[in-house]
Design a protein around this ligand. Structure first.
Ligand code: AHR
Length: 622
């Protein structure tokens, strides 16, 4: 109670500076949680909408008070706002940063030093010092706009002008990059002008009025938000210029919103950019209630809105009733990769037990490490008319045909763990699992810090299954970091297929080859712990002391890796969680409840160096 009283006093003082939101007539002492919300600005319609959604969602919780601070687009002011919110004793911070670089230190401080949960909305910071990020993939949005514009202009092509939001801000750079990447494949499309209008309708109108005097024949105006696209439209009208197609981003409802612009024919298209505000409040409350399985990142889906796609139901929830009989269980067909590792066994167990707990009927098929078995299983699920298909892709390529069959049958597909490399993201609802690139980076970052040496470091790499996403991305991420350290070299790289036994065999062979050449090596980077453990056995057979003569870093953080670390034979394991079952079942249920799901959910993971192993082992779940 004393904490609440003190906090109340601090909040009252704060309320003079910033606005607070609380249900009328509520006893100020009655709330249990205070969430501080730091907004970048409250001038753009999209951000006004974000603010309103936070308020609406927060009103669903009796025990929650939300305190808002508006930085008016100033990074300095936002840093101060965060300090004030922190000092007032908030329980959690939701922040949509003005600028990644400027806000990173204060957010990292709140998260690391003050142990405050932090939810990032819309824009991220540098690094991983936060609890959860919710936002769009702006580069992907830009790409989708570019693909749409290329289709709109057809083989003849044409001229495009681009109106940017605030110059230098991350969404602007990413949207522009994605757009240019996409139109670079269409040689007949020329970008003939770029202006910056700070996300503002009136500025876009003024700027475009001047620009159109010299370019009245431009074919498409692509603006980074709908407000600016509307300003551009007004400029063209004012000058009596017709025939320009306007494309925006945001797709908001309401007067002057993108949906209305498309429906009235003023815009050719807009792309939805959900604010993620409701999800931020829901997840914030889950975090405050110590719920398990909070992801690290949720990337929100973007939808193309044209008159046609709206008429086809693009704005309606993806909900498909599971059955005419509401009492019937949801039926989920799951096509697993196989049984290659302890990770995979834990993953299978997690899916089976979560399905049981969620009351979902699971039809489980083991692909026994063969893609054709998984494809056969998916076709069986389609024939059986299951409600949902989920799978983890053994290898990245070759899934297009079967995914199109599932789509044609109207069965939603959820991808877990290993992604596919198909471009058409409408073939699946969501992808949930680890960031394999980041895992590779983390392994290398830990290594260079641990070795801290200028001398030559020779590395042997045991790759996972050739063609699988974790093998491809872990390698790329690892090498990306090592590019800055030219004294580190991968002298041998071979696949151990993620199996312990193959890791052992391959390492035995590598050791014999290196010995024949009179060579040795300093480090083993294994794409999973099982292969590292197999390799440890092979090294010991030839009298090497793994963990000492050879530094070993691997990925997964399975129980046996902790035992190896405690025994001093493994130096570090980068976590990759297999416990995806609860996340999958929650997503399945949310889907059938009509909620829109993020296109990508990235799980939260840690790095475990050997010195932490003894302390961490008792809490490990796989
Ligand atoms: O796809 C995840 C990878 O697959 C794990 O890191 C590996 O152990 C598993 O077999």
């Amino acid at each position: 109670m004393r904490r609440r009283g003190t906090r109340m006093a601090a909040l009252m003082a704060l309320a003079i500076l910033i606005s607070a939101c609380q249900r009328e007539g509520t006893d100020p002492q009655a709330f249990e949680f205070v969430i501080g919300v730091s907004l970048a600005n409250l001038t753009e319609p999209w951000r006004i909408n974000m603010n309103a959604e936070i308020k609406e969602q927060a009103a669903a919780y009796q025990d929650l008070r939300v305190v808002f601070a508006d930085a008016a687009d100033s990074s300095d002011r936002q840093v101060q706002d965060v300090h004030k919110l922190l000092d007032s004793g908030i329980d959690l911070l939701i922040i949509s940063p003005t600028d990644a670089e400027a806000l990173t230190p204060v957010i990292a401080d709140a998260y690391n030093e003050r142990h405050l949960p932090v939810v990032l909305l819309d824009r991220s910071v540098i690094g991983y010092d936060y609890t959860l990020f919710i936002g769009p993939d702006n580069r992907l949005i830009g790409k989708q706009v570019g693909q749409y514009v290329a289709e709109l202009l057809g083989g003849e092509g044409g001229e495009v002008m681009e109106i940017l939001g605030r110059a230098g801000s991350p969404p602007v750079m990413d949207r522009s990059l994605g757009f240019r990447e996409a139109v670079s494949h269409a040689p007949n499309i020329r970008t003939v002008g770029t202006i910056s209008a700070d996300w503002l309708r009136d500025r876009a109108e003024d700027e475009l009025t001047a620009w159109l005097q010299t370019h009245p024949a431009v074919d498409v105006v692509f603006a980074h938000n709908d407000a600016m696209a509307f300003g551009a439209y007004k400029a063209a009208r004012r000058l009596g210029i017709s025939g320009i197609r306007f494309v925006g981003i945001d797709g908001l409802p309401g007067p002057e919103g993108g949906q209305e612009m498309v429906n009235s024919g003023r815009f050719a298209a807009t792309f939805t950019c959900p604010t993620g505000a409701r999800e931020a409040v829901i997840y914030a409350m889950d975090i405050l209630h110590h719920a398990e399985g909070i992801p690290k990142k949720m990337i929100l889906r973007t939808t193309l809105l044209t008159r046609q796609t709206i008429a086809d139901g693009a704005l309606s929830p993806t909900f498909r009733a599971p059955a005419s009989d509401p009492g019937r269980k949801i039926v989920l067909g799951f096509a697993q990769v196989g049984k290659e590792s302890d990770w995979r066994l834990a993953n299978t167990e997690s899916i089976k037990s979560a399905a049981r707990d969620a009351g979902i009927e699971l039809i489980f098929r083991d692909g026994e490490q063969r893609q054709e078995n998984q494809i056969k299983a998916i076709r069986e699920f389609i024939a059986r008319k299951v409600d949902i298909i989920a799978f983890s892709a053994n290898v990245q390529s070759g899934w297009g045909e079967v995914l199109r069959e599932a789509k044609a049958a109207g069965i939603p597909v959820f991808i877990i763990d290993r992604p596919v490399d198909e471009k058409d993201e409408s073939l699946w609802v969501t992808l949930m699992g680890s960031d394999f690139l980041e895992e590779g980076r983390r392994a290398a970052q830990w290594l260079v810090k641990y070795m801290s040496t200028e001398r030559q470091v020779d590395i042997v790499e045991l790759q996972g299954t050739i063609g699988s996403a974790p093998a491809i991305d872990r390698k790329i991420g690892f090498e990306e970091v090592l590019r800055d350290y030219p004294n580190y070299a991968i002298i041998h790289s071979e696949s151990g297929d993620f199996f312990r036994s193959t890791g052992e065999e391959v390492m035995r062979k590598i050791l014999a080859e290196l010995r024949a050449q009179g060579k040795s090596f300093d480090v083993l980077f294994a794409h999973n712990d099982d292969m590292a453990i197999g390799a440890i056995k092979a090294m010991e057979e030839v009298g090497l002391r793994p963990g000492k003569d050879v530094v070993i870093v691997s990925v997964d953080a399975i129980g046996d890796a902790f035992k190896a670390m405690i025994a001093g034979k493994l130096n570090c394991s980068v976590e990759c969680t297999p416990l995806l079952g609860p996340l999958l079942m929650k997503a399945v249920k949310d889907y059938f409840a009509g909620k829109s799901l993020p296109v990508r959910i990235v799980t939260a993971e840690e790095v475990f160096p050997a010195e932490l192993a003894r302390r961490a082992l008792p809490g490990r779940k796989y």
